[in-house]
Design a protein around this ligand. Structure first.
Ligand code: GLV
Length: 336
C-alpha cells in the first residue's frame, strides 16, 4: 500500500531528458507515483480520461485538450501543470471552480520565442526561404546574378508594430531596437514600455512595415487579425505570428497574400495544429511557415520541463506553484 499521490504524464519526455543528460521527471518520480504515456503519438481524449480517473496530478503539453468535461471527469484531480506558457488548451474557469491550480511556464521561454519571431521577421523580409528553395531546385545553376532577384525589405529604418507588450513582445522590441527599427506597440491593457511608442491598434496597423503578434489567445483576441485589421495594414507590409493561430483569420490572411496587399507572412502557429501539407497558406512562396517551434531550444525546453515539474510537485503537495495561471485559487484556499 502506498499513500503517494498518483500523477499522469501525458507525454514521455525521454528524448528531452537524453538531451539534458538527466531524467527530467526524476524529482516528480521521487514524490509521486508517475504514470507516463509511453505509446506513440498523444493520448486520445478517451485515453486521457481513462488515466485521469485515478490521477491527482496531470503534467500535460499544449496539445492536450483539458476541457471542463475532462476536469469534471477527474474526481481526484488536485493539480494541473502544462509545459507551456499558453493555457488556452485548458479550461481555466473549470479548474478554478474545482479549486485546482494550473501551472504554466512563463519567463523561461521569453527570449527563445522572441528569437524565433525575429528569425521569421528576417526570413520573410529577405525572402530567405524562397531564395533557398530556388537554389535547392537547381534553378540558379547556369543563371546569372540578377540585379532584381529576391529583392526584399530592409529592417533597418523600418517600423515594427508589436501587438501585445508582455514579456515576449518586449523582448522582440529590444531586438528591433538593435536593428535600428522604429517600434510601435499596442496592448489591451494600454501598457507603456520604454523605447516603444504606444499607439492605437489601427494606427499601429496603418504605420507599421512589419507587425508581430504577441497577445495570448483569449475570447477577446480570437480573430483579432481578420479582414478588417488586414485591410488596415500598410500595403506591402509583413505579418508575423508566434503567439496562437486562432488570433489570425487564416482565410482572410490568404486573401491578403493573394491580392498582394501583404508582401509576406511568417507564421509559427496555426488555427488547427498540426497543419497538414494541404494547408492553404503553404501554396504561397512568400509565407515562411514553421511547426510551432517558438520555444524549441534545448536549454529552454529543459527549463520549461523543469518548471512544469516543480509546479506539479507544489500543486499535489498543496503548496503555492512557482508559476500559476489561476492564482485566485490559492487566494481562495488561503495559500496566496
Ligand atoms: C508555446 O506556444 C507555449 O505556450 O509555451
Amino acid at each position: 500500500m502506498t499513500d503517494r499521490s498518483r500523477v499522469f504524464v501525458s507525454h514521455g519526455i525521454e528524448a528531452l531528458s537524453a538531451l539534458a543528460g538527466r531524467d527530467l521527471l526524476a524529482p516528480l518520480r521521487d514524490k509521486a507515483d508517475c504514470r507516463v504515456w509511453a505509446e506513440p503519438g498523444r493520448p486520445s481524449p478517451e485515453e486521457l480520461r481513462g488515466h485521469m480517473q485515478s490521477a491527482e496530478g496531470l503534467l500535460c503539453l499544449l496539445t492536450d485538450r483539458v476541457d471542463g468535461e475532462l476536469i469534471e471527469a477527474s474526481p481526484r484531480l488536485r493539480a494541473i501543470s502544462s509545459v507551456s506558457v499558453g493555457v488556452d488548451h485548458i479550461d481555466l474557469e473549470a479548474a478554478t471552480r474545482r479549486g485546482i491550480p494550473v501551472g504554466n511556464t512563463p519567463g523561461v521561454l521569453t527570449e527563445t520565442t522572441a528569437d524565433l519571431a525575429f528569425a521569421l521577421l528576417l526570413a520573410a523580409a529577405r525572402r530567405v526561404e524562397e531564395a533557398g528553395n530556388f537554389l535547392r531546385r537547381g534553378d540558379w545553376a547556369g543563371g546569372e546574378w540578377e540585379i532584381d532577384a529576391f529583392v526584399g525589405k530592409d529592417l533597418h529604418g523600418a517600423t515594427l508594430g508589436i501587438i501585445g507588450l508582455g514579456p515576449i513582445g518586449q523582448a522582440v522590441a529590444r531586438r528591433a531596437q538593435g536593428f535600428s527599427m522604429r517600434v510601435l506597440g499596442w496592448s489591451r491593457s494600454g501598457r507603456q514600455v520604454p523605447g516603444v511608442r504606444g499607439v492605437a491598434f489601427t494606427e499601429l496597423l496603418a504605420e507599421s512595415d512589419f507587425v508581430s503578434v504577441h497577445v495570448a489567445l483569449v475570447p477577446e483576441t480570437r480573430g483579432l487579425i481578420g479582414t478588417e485589421a488586414l485591410g488596415a495594414m500598410k500595403p506591402g507590409s509583413i505579418l508575423i505570428n508566434t503567439a496562437r493561430g486562432g488570433i489570425v483569420d487564416e482565410r482572410a490572411l490568404a486573401q491578403a497574400l493573394r491580392s498582394g496587399r501583404l508582401a509576406g507572412v511568417g507564421l509559427d502557429v496555426f488555427a488547427q495544429e498540426p497543419a497538414g501539407a494541404d494547408h492553404p497558406l503553404i501554396a504561397f512562396p512568400n509565407a515562411v511557415l514553421t511547426p510551432h517551434i517558438g520555444s524549441a531550444s534545448v536549454g529552454t525546453r529543459v527549463r520549461m520541463a523543469e518548471l512544469a515539474v516543480r509546479n506539479l510537485i507544489a500543486g499535489i503537495e498543496g503548496n503555492r506553484m512557482p508559476a500559476c495561471a489561476n492564482p485566485e485559487v490559492l487566494v481562495r484556499f488561503g495559500k496566496g
